[in-house]
Design a protein around this ligand. Structure first.
Ligand code: IPE
Ligand code: IPE
Ligand code: MG
Length: 230
């Protein structure tokens, strides 16, 4: 697939990437089960998408579930999977906001892929049903790990080109047309990257906030975007 020029990649506003952390702590503080925190986090994502779509955000990429997260308790993983069906199912809202949905993660046909069929279906449906929207692109990272993405890109480059360059890697990332991240956000007081978009955040500004993800709001979004004007 030919890669887009940098001008094409950046014409539609900033690329904001969020590591949506702290759902469990948000719930614990309220005496609720961790699953309630994930539910609140999914609802807040819907609101953040609405807010971002109103601003100069061209790309919003969010870390929903990492390749490392499968080791969490079964009931929690089941709950998070169901929430992904729900979030990819918000088609009417996404269309109303002119938002195009994408997914980034380990391909379903790769050995070791654990994504259940019903989540695969929801992802495919959301991508198809929002494909013609021309506003913001929302990319949900599900079963995503950056090192695996990079290893695969290098492997493909060697097989297809017998060589490896910066460009050959970039063109073989999971979503070659995704522009570089302008600002990386992590909520809940952690300042780790946790294997998220290691290649794409090369030149990103970073915005760390103490707020857990369910409390991340439009003011936080504005503060993160303000880093780009500094
Ligand atoms: C982020 O919240 C959601 C996922 C990683 C799926 P956490 O579940 O990591 O919440 P904390 O970090 O335990 O508070
Ligand atoms: C990163 O959060 C992954 C997501 C937000 C989906 P974690 O809570 O899993 O990260 P670590 O393990 O604390 O670094
Ligand atoms: Mg966490």
């Amino acid at each position: 697939m030919p890669s887009q020029s940098d001008a094409e990649k950046s014409k539609n506003g900033a690329h904001v990437a969020c590591i949506m952390d702290g759902n469990g702590r948000w719930a614990k503080k309220r005496g609720l089960p961790r699953t309630a925190g994930h539910t609140a986090g999914e609802e807040n994502l819907a609101e953040v998408v609405r807010q971002a779509a109103k601003r100069n955000v061209g790309w919003l990429t969010v870390f929903g579930f990492s390749t490392e997260n499968w080791v969490r308790p079964k009931a929690e993983v089941r709950h998070i999977l169901a929430l992904h069906k729900q979030l990819f199912g918000r088609i009417e809202e996404l269309n109303a906001n002119n938002v195009r949905v994408q997914w980034i993660g380990r391909p379903f046909d790769e050995p070791g892929s654990k994504t259940p069929l019903y989540v695969q279906k929801a992802i495919r449906q959301a991508i198809a049903d929002t494909a013609s929207n021309t506003g913001m692109t929302l990319t949900v990272a599900f079963d995503y790990g950056s090192r695996a993405e990079l290893a695969r890109a290098v492997r493909k480059s060697k097989i297809e080109l017998f060589t490896v360059t910066k460009q050959s890697i970039e063109e073989r990332l999971y979503l070659a047309q995704m522009p570089p991240v302008d600002v990386l956000v992590r909520t809940s007081g952690e300042s780790r990257i946790s294997n998220f978009l290691l290649w794409q955040i090369n030149h990103a500004a970073v915005y760390f906030t103490q707020r857990p993800w369910p409390d991340f709001d439009a003011d936080d979004l504005d503060a993160a975007l303000a880093l780009l004007d500094a």
